[in-house]
Write a new protein. Structure first.
Length: 280
């Protein structure tokens, strides 16, 4: 068993989008975080707007503050990105978007690109949407293999996607893709919404679990700072320790309540999780 260590805690800039990206980097470094996950959306490094030179500059900005980049997560859960789209124009644009994001990963030296499966229409059979998603993911995975960047495939809540919601769904897609570059990510909120546990993920994906979004939340899918929701942090830390998990534990806060004052929830979560790590 490998005990969870505070050095695994990771800041994410999603809830900083009303502030310059540099403020997020400064705040993360100031509170003692040594890892960051970059959410790529306007005005924070949206790949469609930025040259590859900007990716190299971002890499330097992170390293100048004594931190490392653990994952690049381009925005993809809202329009216009959907890998499973029935509309060819949307699906093809989405594939190009992730191929461009992989190129940015190379320049940033990000080991991982987070990717989600997209969604099919709610009033249609899921089979064709699953097939479109798998085909698109396969195209992206083959390019990732050439570049030496791993993909983190993330299950979503049922309101976000009807393709991969559970650890079993994730296992099925991993098996279907059969690519050494496609790994697993666990999001504690998406996991809790469908009634699953860390142990369920470990049973399904084992050592392929490479990244965790460790956030508090509720059954509505809110991504909250620790102490603002109802999820069992102690259980999560204990189960992750028991599994030998050694990857990043990233704070992904999406609630609008944090947009104007983004530092307090990140600092509070950092302190709360550290305390639990030292007591579990």
């Amino acid at each position: 068993m490998t005990a969870i260590n505070p050095s695994q805690l990771c800041g994410m800039n999603f809830h900083y989008f009303r502030h310059p990206l540099v403020r997020f980097l400064d705040d993360a470094a100031a509170i003692g975080l040594t890892k960051v996950e970059i959410w790529g959306a306007s005005p924070h490094f949206y790949v469609a707007d930025e040259p590859l030179s900007a990716a190299r500059q971002l890499k330097s900005a992170i390293r100048e503050r004594g931190m490392e980049l653990t994952c690049f997560t381009p925005e993809q859960c809202i329009y216009p990105i959907n890998l499973a789209s029935r509309e060819d124009a949307v699906r093809n644009r989405s594939i190009r978007y992730f191929l461009d994001s992989l190129n940015a990963c190379v320049e940033m030296e990000s080991p991982y690109l987070l990717i989600t499966p997209g969604w099919g229409y709610a009033n249609e059979e899921i089979g064709p949407a699953w097939r479109r998603s798998a085909d698109a993911l396969g195209v992206i995975a083959r390019h990732a293999e050439k570049l030496g960047v791993d993909l983190l495939l993330e299950p979503l809540t049922p309101t976000e996607s009807n393709i991969i919601n559970t650890a079993k769904d994730l296992r099925r897609m991993l098996d279907e893709l059969a690519s050494p570059t496609v790994k697993a990510i666990l999001d504690t909120v998406a996991m809790a919404v469908v009634g699953e546990t860390v142990r369920d993920y470990v049973a399904q994906v084992g050592a392929e679990l490479r990244h965790v979004h460790l956030i508090d939340g509720d059954m509505e899918g809110s991504h909250l700072a620790w102490g603002d929701g109802s999820l069992p942090l102690d259980d999560y830390i204990r189960d992750l320790s028991d599994s030998g998990y050694s990857g990043a534990l990233s704070f992904e806060f999406t609630s609008p309540r944090y947009w104007l004052a983004p530092l307090p929830p990140m600092r509070k979560s950092f302190e709360v999780v550290q305390k639990v790590i030292h007591t579990v």
